[in-house]
Design a binder for this molecule. Structure first.
Ligand SMILES: [Zn+2]
Length: 303
């Protein structure tokens, strides 16, 4: 059995994946606020330990996808946590006595949708997760596409506007500063949207009722997203973009603007027009992707 984690800014999902690639069980829990690194580790390990005990199974390997910058199994920078650096793979191995692989959460999602949802459909893809932030990852037949420094490319921090909106990374004008839950809510308010509407889900419901501010807010988000995607396309030419994360469920509201901006920004002659699809796998994708990474790092590839 493969132990898997999907570690987000506020929640952690823990699960068990069978050796033939089925998610057997998973639990999502709120990460205790203000936990230091040791408390955080105790917390997530206790959940995995209880799943293993309940299923009466043996762990063979562990895979984890986590938010933040990940290098060689360590979380080096994570914007929403108390601790600044955590050697997670090493800590998991020492607690469970099995090898552990840790990757970026966007990479885990990309591996999950590439291998388990769109198997053989695309020769490669760029996965984008639209939520509190914008996660991005590229995967091809040769595996995850890495930056030249070895980490996962920080797609959310492509600059789309010189001197633009402040970003969580400390910079400004990043794609993530325009394509995120907060950006959507801010622009909905700027267009005079109702003060009673408090979440992207509500903005989407308002869009469906014909709310003008909701329509404009989604169009702005779509335009920036499409512009960012055209930059990615001009550099990497992925055959497909796969959208995931909470805001992707409102795709109908912003995809027309995405397609328009993408077509406008794409250079001619680079390759065929990319497909844009929305993942239906939700949280399963990241857990299966983490399992895939763990299996291929330490044994036979998961199919
Ligand atoms: Zn940024």
């Amino acid at each position: 059995m493969i132990g898997v984690f999907d570690i987000g800014g506020t929640n952690v999902r823990v699960g068990l994946v069978s050796e033939d690639g089925e998610l057997v069980v998973s639990r999502s829990r709120l990460i205790p606020p203000n936990a230091d690194a040791r408390k955080f580790l105790d917390f997530i390990c206790a959940i995995l330990g209880s799943l293993v005990a309940a299923e009466d199974e043996e762990l063979t390997v562990i895979g984890a996808g986590s938010c933040g910058v990940i290098r060689d199994g360590s979380i080096l920078y994570s914007p929403n946590t108390q601790w600044k650096s955590l050697a997670l793979a090493e800590a998991l191995t020492s607690r469970f006595q099995v090898p552990a692989a840790v990757i970026n959460d966007a990479d885990a999602f990309a591996l999950g949708v590439y291998h388990f949802e769109f198997k053989n459909q695309f020769s490669g893809l760029c996965a984008l997760t639209l939520g509190s932030g914008l996660g991005g990852s590229l995967v091809s037949e040769r595996g995850l596409v890495r930056s030249m420094s070895g980490i996962s490319p920080e797609i959310g921090h492509i600059k789309v506007r010189e001197g633009g909106a402040r970003c969580r990374c400390g910079g400004s004008g990043c794609l993530e500063a325009y394509v995120s839950k907060r950006a959507l809510m801010d622009s909905y308010r700027r267009y005079g949207g109702s003060a009673d509407i408090l979440s992207p889900y509500d903005v989407y419901q308002a869009f469906r009722r014909g709310d003008d501010a909701a329509e404009k807010a989604f169009a702005v988000l779509g335009r920036y997203l499409g512009a960012g995607m055209s930059t990615i396309y001009n550099i990497f030419a992925p055959p497909a973009f796969v959208l995931g994360g909470g805001i992707s469920r409102a795709a109908r509201a912003f995809l027309p603007a995405v397609r328009q901006a993408l077509a406008k920004g794409m250079m001619k002659g680079i390759g065929p027009r990319p497909r844009i699809v929305v993942s239906k796998m939700r949280s399963r994708a990241s857990l299966l992707g983490a399992a895939y990474q763990a299996r291929s790092s330490f044994g036979p590839v998961l199919e």
